[in-house]
Write a protein that binds this ligand. Structure first.
Ligand code: ZN
Length: 183
């Protein structure tokens, strides 16, 4: 079976621009390119898992999202990294769909598509819902706290019932830990 590192997009790989609708507004966070180039040397499928409710809200369409993701892949490839696949949820938070994180539909779909052993896979994200999706689907959760207020709450919230394997100072720190921990 294969194993994967799942990645959140906004606030983890890229600067968190609410409802980013144009490729030129998408920017990799510091250390992300270096972290992905390092990860590229290890035997993991690298899979983006992102909630994009801006589609259901009518802020942008799937064509615009595709052009944003083309730029994302190009920016990553130029620095020696790669993305094997991108899964996104276009639905509204109130739609009750099974794909929007912290639901596990996108992770399960990726597991089927790529023959993944989720127990040997990781999820790197900056928000509570990433950690929860990782916990629910049985992969290991790595937190890279962003500026998001909800993450700051999470950092100080010792009553959080979820399981976090590692908290990274930034994306590269998370990848460094992961590549040493995973044997
Ligand atoms: Zn959905």
């Amino acid at each position: 079976m294969n194993k994967a590192v799942f990645l959140d997009r906004d606030g983890t790989l890229t600067r968190d621009v609410p409802y980013c609708s144009r490729p030129e507004d998408l920017h990799l966070l510091p250390t992300v390119a270096e972290g992905l180039a390092l990860l590229n040397r290890f035997p993991y499928k690298i899979i983006l898992i992102t909630n994009q409710s801006g589609i259901a809200r009518g802020y942008f369409d799937e064509v615009a999202l595709a052009s944003i993701h083309t730029k994302l892949k190009d920016d990553i490839c130029r620095e020696g990294g790669r993305l094997d696949a991108i899964y996104y949820c276009p639905h509204h938070p109130q739609s009750g769909c099974h794909c929007r994180k912290p639901e596990t539909g996108m992770i399960e779909m990726a597991a089927r598509d790529w023959g993944l052993d989720l127990a040997d896979s990781y999820f790197i994200g900056d928000k509570y819902l990433d950690i929860e999706a990782a916990n629910r689907s049985g992969c290991k959760a790595v937190l890279v706290p962003s500026e998001a207020p909800e993450t700051q709450t999470l950092q100080g919230d010792w009553s959080y019932p979820g399981r976090i394997e590692f908290v990274g100072r930034d994306f590269l720190a998370a990848v460094n830990w992961l590549t040493k921990e995973a044997k």
